[in-house]
Design a protein around this ligand. Structure first.
Ligand code: COA
Length: 322
């Protein structure tokens, strides 16, 4: 059981919305958002489709891995949903890239990238040589209610990708789910059957119990990181970098304090991205990969939590040369 990560990529939509921009239509303030979340600005798909940013991140990752689309054996797309329910986003990425491999979406909300790594690892454990693109993308701006200040200020859009293949980077991985519709939910539209009541026809948006998710998130980061470190046979202090889900700076600070891990080891990008759901971990991973700070032999952990409720974490020993 293992794989090597040979390339990363990411993409953000062009339109930047600052906290101050939000005050034009929400009863909120830059200071409230910054002090409660650490977020200063976010990127929103206005000109781009979801497919556009997914494609850019995929192309970046393939270039970084130095492989061609035709070399891919599988495309896995962790997402809450693309521009269409069907075709899946993964199938449209396959078409636009010019790849010929199987392609499908998975939904584990913000934990989707780690779920995707776990799934890819299972494919690779068959022993056949494979190159797998995991392209995690979400456009939360299309799923939140822009009149609800308690959720709209938190979420945003982005895409993050990784190419993995047979190898020995992965030291441990863990995914979990605890079904819970109350904590975080985005319902489907109910359709327009004439038997439905008029009030059922409204487009539904994300609802969330913020404090419940907050408590769940801190516990998940702590429990999952301890578990994957133990399974990898390392101590938490051996980790060089931790790439956490970029939901809220306070969540990360609380977990860091409980685990006694210096904040300097956590890769942070949420100030300028907000919570991009499934894209958040691979976006931060791509920043780290391109920062020049990673050296072969370094130990990195990823940790994510999100709707479902789901969680996921893993430990990798980085092998890619800069
Ligand atoms: C949502 C969250 C930022 C709220 O922070 P908080 O510190 O719990 O906020 P509080 O409960 O102390 O404050 C809520 C108050 O702020 C107000 N408020 C909420 N959003 C606001 C906003 N954008 N601007 C100004 N005030 C706001 C509320 O109306 C409430 O006011 P009241 O006390 O008068 O009723 C926090 O709970 C959180 O981050 N939860 C986790 C969410 C998450 O990560 N979700 C994604 C999971 S993948």
């Amino acid at each position: 059981m293992s794989f090597s990560l040979i390339g990363t990529g990411s993409a953000l939509p062009k339109t930047i919305q600052t906290n101050s921009d939000l005050t034009a239509f929400l009863d909120t303030s830059h200071d409230w958002i910054l002090s409660r979340t650490g977020i200063e600005s976010r990127h929103i798909c206005i000109e781009e489709s979801i497919l556009d940013i997914a494609l850019s991140a995929s192309v970046n990752a393939l270039e970084n891995a130095d492989i061609q689309p035709k070399d891919l054996d599988l495309i896995i797309c962790p997402t809450l949903g693309g521009d269409t329910i069907t075709p899946s986003l993964a199938c449209l990425i396959q078409e636009k890239l010019g790849a010929t491999c199987p392609a499908f979406d998975i939904n584990a909300a913000c934990s989707g990238f780690v779920y995707g790594l776990d799934l890819a690892d299972a494919y690779l454990s068959r022993g056949k040589p494979m190159k797998i693109l995991i392209i995690a993308v979400d456009a939360m701006s299309k799923l939140v209610d822009w009149t609800d200040r308690s959720t709209a200020v938190l979420f945003a859009d982005g895409a993050g990708a990784a190419v993995i293949t047979n190898g020995n980077d992965l030291k441990s991985i863990y995914i979990s789910a605890v079904g819970n519709q109350h904590a975080l939910c985005i319902p489907w539209a109910k359709g327009n059957h004439p038997g439905l009541e008029k009030q059922d026809l409204a487009i539904p948006y994300l609802t969330m119990d913020g404090p419940e998710v907050y408590r769940f998130a801190v516990a998940a980061i702590c429990d999952d990181l301890k578990r994957v470190a133990k399974e990898a046979g390392i101590r938490l202090e051996d980790l060089d970098f931790i790439v956490p889900h970029q939901a809220n700076l306070r969540i990360i600070e609380s977990a860091a304090k409980r685990l006694k891990i210096p904040m300097g080891k956590f890769v942070l990008g949420l100030q300028n991205t907000g919570n991009t759901s499934a894209a958040s971990v691979p976006l931060a991973l791509d920043d780290l990969n391109r920062s020049g700070k990673l050296k072969p032999g370094m130990l990195i952990a990823m940790t994510a939590f999100g709707g479902g409720l789901t969680t996921g974490a893993c430990v990798l020993e980085w092998s890619k040369e800069a």
